[in-house]
Design a protein around this ligand. Structure first.
Ligand code: SAH
Length: 221
């Protein structure tokens, strides 16, 4: 397990983070609050210590259990589409390393995040309080089911590739609420925004091609 208290956030790390912010700004990320959140969260704390030098490349990276921490550009892109307001209740499907959850917490969101892999859930649920992110609540479970007892949510963010729109999660979204979800088969997905209408349906817009690990049913060990 990563021991964040033994990892330091040095001037070198802070410098690399500023460079990462510049890299994603050049790729089209302009939202100043989101760029600031990327600058604030020490991404190397979410890596096992032997791979720290990879933390500030704009690339996804393996985090165990066959899963990946998303590319910083993708984290920033999804966060902008989600259009979070301070105090929003945000449901995230696919906790993974917890990095995306912390970016949302930096924007003032109350984050509820679900992970289906027990090992990742255990590691991340220990890590986040040590980093001071007490506004993130972690859950072990199947994200397809959402969290009915904590619904409704202002925002829902899916960080895995969904083969189709999960109807159960639309039910857990407030009217006027926003879901950001990469929809499509395993090889490529379309980043999609769904805004929930008053009649329970939704309005859909599409925002380019991305590649995520698949959203799978049921819990795993
Ligand atoms: N947001 C993460 C990215 C993790 S990759 C981060 O910042 O690190 C996607 C994650 O979704 C993986 O950890 C995978 O195990 C998880 N996942 C896939 N299907 C799921 C489901 N049905 N419910 C919950 N988590 C799921």
């Amino acid at each position: 397990m990563i021991k964040p208290t033994t990892i330091t956030d040095s001037f070198r790390h802070k410098g690399l983070r500023k460079q990462l912010v510049e890299t994603i700004r050049k790729k089209g990320i302009e939202d100043l609050e989101v760029l600031q959140a990327i600058e604030n969260v020490p991404r190397h704390f979410f890596f096992d210590s032997s791979f720290l030098e990879y933390a500030y490349e704009d690339k996804p990276f393996p985090i165990g259990a066959g899963q990946t921490i998303s590319q910083p550009f993708t984290v920033a892109f999804q966060t902008i589409l989600l259009n979070v307001t301070k105090g929003d209740r945000v449901l995230e499907i696919g906790t993974g390393s917890g990095y995306q959850s912390c970016i949302l917490a930096e924007l003032g969101a109350k984050v509820f995040t679900i992970e289906r892999h027990k090992t990742l859930y255990t590691k991340t649920s220990r890590r986040l309080p040590l980093l001071g992110y007490h506004s993130v609540k972690t859950f072990f479970g199947d994200g397809y089911k959402g969290l009915p007892s904590y619904a409704p949510f202002d925002r829902i963010l899916i960080t895995a590739a969904a083969p189709k729109i999960p109807e159960e999660l639309i039910i857990q979204l407030k009217t006027g609420g926003i879901m950001v979800i990469p929809i499509g088969p395993d090889d490529v997905q379309t980043m999609t925004i769904l805004v929930k209408d008053a009649d329970g349906g939704f309005t859909k817009t599409e925002h380019g091609a991305f590649r995520f690990v698949p959203m799978l049913k049921d819990k795993a060990k």
